[in-house]
Design a binder for this molecule. Structure first.
Ligand code: AMP
Ligand code: MG
Ligand code: MG
Length: 235
């Protein structure tokens, strides 16, 4: 597995529909080449959240839509700038200590590094490339809930006056795919893991570990014949 990482971490009725035909490796064909499992962690406190809330962990797993194996990862901790000091509550929740964010890139720089990683993984074309034989692979972001790409990133981007690239404006909420397959809307990741009989890996609320667990849920739903579709977008 290739990786881009700033740390050695442990590490539409219609979102989903069953399909009878399967590929040679047992999974139904998907509309995308890859799923990018993403799970931000952000500054937080007990009671009221800090304002602005800021992303402090930016992990993303590149999952093959043919095998549902993780092929590559992007994982960076991110330095908050409006409120640089993490609360004790935030460290207890996420396992992220002050030293893990202090010398890291801020969000604008991390988004630039993420864009570079997408190009390296041939998920985006280089602006200067005219090589039509090497067309980028298609992908869909997968998140647990709508918060990451509907609320967290747009709010911080507005605060920083940053333009969000179009590819970060659409996603699939895995809770909706699960609901379609299982017939109940899950409160969270732990409920899905338990109902699907998947052992929880790592630490809950560590972004990279949450991504690994979401990827396991995605694979299990794929084994059940679920065809994944985009469920959300922002303008
Ligand atoms: P999660 O992906 O569920 O680990 O949560 C993403 C972010 O939501 C965390 O990094 C926190 O900023 C916030 N968050 C999650 N759970 C709580 C909680 N119980 N209290 C306060 N903030 C939370
Ligand atoms: Mg999350
Ligand atoms: Mg998380």
């Amino acid at each position: 597995m290739s990786s881009s990482s700033s740390s050695s971490s442990p590490l539409s009725k219609s979102n989903a529909s069953a399909c009878a035909t399967s590929t040679s490796n047992g999974f139904v064909p998907q509309n995308y080449d890859y799923f990018l499992v993403l799970d931000f962690e952000a500054t937080c406190d007990s009671g009221t959240q800090p304002s602005p809330q800021e992303i402090i962990e930016f992990p993303c797993l590149k999952v093959s839509a043919k095998t549902f194996e993780v092929e590559s990862k992007f994982h960076h901790y991110v330095r908050p700038t409006a409120h640089p000091v993490l609360s004790e509550f935030c460290t207890d929740l996420t396992g992220i200590i002050q030293e893990m964010v202090d010398d890291q890139a801020d969000l604008p720089e991390t988004l630039r590094l993420f864009h570079e990683w997408l190009i390296e993984e041939n998920l985006l074309g280089r602006a200067d490339s005219a090589d039509s034989n090497n067309a980028p692979h298609s992908f869909l972001f997968v998140t647990c809930g709508d918060w990451d790409l509907k609320s967290m990133l747009p709010r911080q981007a507005a605060y920083l006056n940053l333009t969000i690239p179009p590819y970060l404006k659409k996603w699939m909420n895995i809770k909706k795919a699960y609901n379609k397959a299982m017939g109940s809307f899950p409160r969270g990741m732990m409920v899905m893991l338990s109902a699907l009989d998947i052992a929880h890996q790592g630490r809950h609320h560590s972004g990279i570990d949450d991504c690994a667990n979401i990827a396991s849920i995605l694979k299990k739903l794929a084994e059940m014949g679920v065809h994944f579709k985009q469920t959300g977008s922002v303008e």
